[in-house]
Design a protein around this ligand. Sequence first.
Ligand SMILES: [Zn+2]
Length: 269
Amino acid sequence: MHIQNKKRFILMTGALGVLIIIILVVTVLFLGRFFSKQEPVQTTPKATETTSSQTAQSSPAATTTTAAADNQTADTSTTTAPSTADPSDVLVLVNKTTNLDQNYVPADLVWVDLAGVRDTQMRSVAATALGELFSAATKQGLTLYCCSGYRSYATQKELYAQNVSALGQSEADLVSAKPGQSEHQTGLAMDVTAESVGFDLLESFGDTKEGQFVKNNAYLYGFIIRYPNDKTSITGYSYEPWHLRYVGKDVAKVIHDKDITFEEYLQSN
Ligand SMILES: [Zn+2]
């Protein structure tokens, strides 16, 4: 009896052991399959978000095209420290060597109530001055359109990332500014355009009646053509006849009359 009980005990224990091992194996296999299925489930929403945001970003054709065309020669290979200057100063310098802090958002942004390709914002003082410039153009029988004003650090970051994704790093660096290096983050810049150039941002805008009007009159309202022709070596950007920067009437007049860049003005004052 003792021996039979012992055998039965050993058999029972062995069977129980095997059963536990089987349960463990099944559990491990099940969990393994479960987690391997979870991975794509977790990434799917990310992929969808990316796709939908790209679609949303690119659906107004001008958004991607103009932003990419703007700041087209930005050399973003060098990382620079944020400027210590007051970013809310209307004379703040933003370029490839003097950047804005990622947290800077102008405190006085307003929606620009002018004809435009899309809704956009500027700082209050610049928006008022731009309205006066547009009114003066209207009196000459010309119609200017707003294209792109304030852009946040985050928007610029997205834009840059999209360009890197679509074009590759080196190509993207030729057509897109890194976040913190775009003057649009100041809220003092506006890209303007006209129907005659298909509401796009093209160098040929400088040769249109509207472009000529802007070139000859913007300073009267406190704006400068920030990236003039043949000044790339100083500004770091190719000719952008559409990119207006508000600096105030006095400074704009000096820059216009002396035919100098904003960088040259700041160095001599
Ligand atoms: Zn611009």
